[in-house]
Write a protein that binds this ligand. Structure first.
Ligand code: NAP
Length: 314
């Protein structure tokens, strides 16, 4: 008998339809349905669901749910939804996503490294000023978070000649990456950092990890790239450091409220580059292959892929 796998998501209808269609094609042994097409009598038959920002009141109805497969990498909302429920969360781990993020990190690090934002401002003033060039081998790019995405991006930067450091929960042994851990490790790393890249998950421990105090540990004139989650950085504290000149420029792709409200002072801040959460979107082709493979494995071998540690929150 075909197992029932609902797609539970708060997404545009067209996107839900696209996912349901491709999963139906790739998973002949399962009945893939939109949550809204699930009959009440079928709720208790569901053991696994595919999710994207699901409505908690919908997943609650699936009383025998064992695990959910997310089509996204970040899990902070899912952790809140499923904490204490016994339901396992499997997040998307996709080499294509790692590649895309590494490409985005390289692009925006080069934007900062080659002063593209400053030349844009100079053009506005018709100013012909040559800024100093410093070789990548003399610049330190540091990561907070050296997981799937951080590691791939760190390697990309090493290939491009940068010095690379990384801060994580556990010590890492990655070729040419100086690894730091703990509060003092963070302070030490930030003190030598020219460009800081945030690729750390949002958890109770990492919320406002970058605040007035920790940002003041950064080398004077350092730049910041936030590709993780908005609440990793305390926005007001960041603005204070930008205004004082301690931080030279920030590239922000993620915000506590998205889309960024029109009233936000960040939009017009001369030292901020705003991106609309585009650094690495889920690649539909590769992600649907991975989701289908994980669901197949569960159907055939009852094996649930590696799941999120709900205690630590990532
Ligand atoms: P991951 O593989 O789970 O890696 C997380 C890294 O952060 C690990 O190195 C981990 O340390 C470290 N970490 C977590 N909590 C820590 C703490 N309290 N102190 C020190 N280090 C800590 O995650 P990922 O796949 O690289 O993804 C990272 C984040 O990127 C996601 O959570 C998501 O928010 C964000 N993201 C953004 C976009 C976008 O488009 N902007 C796209 C995808 C993902 P250990 O190695 O010791 O565990």
């Amino acid at each position: 008998m075909k197992s029932i796998v609902p797609f539970v998501a708060k997404l545009e209808k067209s996107e839900i339809d696209k996912w349901v269609k491709v999963l139906k094609k790739k998973l002949k042994g399962a009945r893939i349905v939109k949550f809204s097409d699930l009959k009440k009598s079928e709720y208790s038959k569901v053991k696994v669901a595919v999710v994207a920002n699901p409505n908690p009141s919908e997943v609650e109805k699936l009383v025998n749910l064992k695990w959910v497969q997310s089509i996204w990498v970040g899990v902070e909302k899912l952790v809140q939804t499923f904490k204490g429920s016994g339901v396992k969360i499997v997040r998307l781990v996709d080499p294509e996503m790692n590649r895309t993020m590494a490409e985005a990190v390289l692009s925006w690090v080069l934007y900062l490294h080659r002063d593209m934002y400053s030349y844009r401002v100079q053009q506005g003033k018709k100013a012909w000023i040559e800024l100093d060039y410093i070789k990548p081998s003399k610049k330190v790019v540091s990561f907070i978070g050296l997981g799937e995405l951080g590691k791939a991006a760190a390697k990309k930067l090493i290939e491009n000649g940068f010095k690379v450091c990384g801060w994580s929960g556990s010590k890492k042994n990655i070729k040419k990456v100086k690894s730091f851990t703990g509060h003092f490790g963070l302070k030490k790393m930030l003190g030598q950092t020219d460009i800081l890249v945030s690729l750390i998950p949002l958890t109770d421990k990492t919320k406002y990890l970058l605040n007035y105090k920790t940002l003041s540990f950064l080398k004077k004139g350092a730049c910041i790239v936030n590709f993780a989650r908005g609440a990793i950085i305390n926005e007001k504290d960041l603005v204070k450091h930008l205004n004082s000149g301690n931080i030279k420029h920030a590239v922000l792709d993620v915000f506590e409220q998205e889309p960024l409200p029109k009233t936000s002072i960040l939009w017009k801040h001369k030292k901020v580059t705003i991106l609309p959460h585009i650094s690495a979107n889920t690649d539909f082709e590769s992600a649907s292959d991975i989701v289908a493979k994980n669901l197949r494995l569960f159907k055939l071998k009852k094996k649930i892929p590696k799941s999120v540690d709900l205690q630590r929150g990532y």
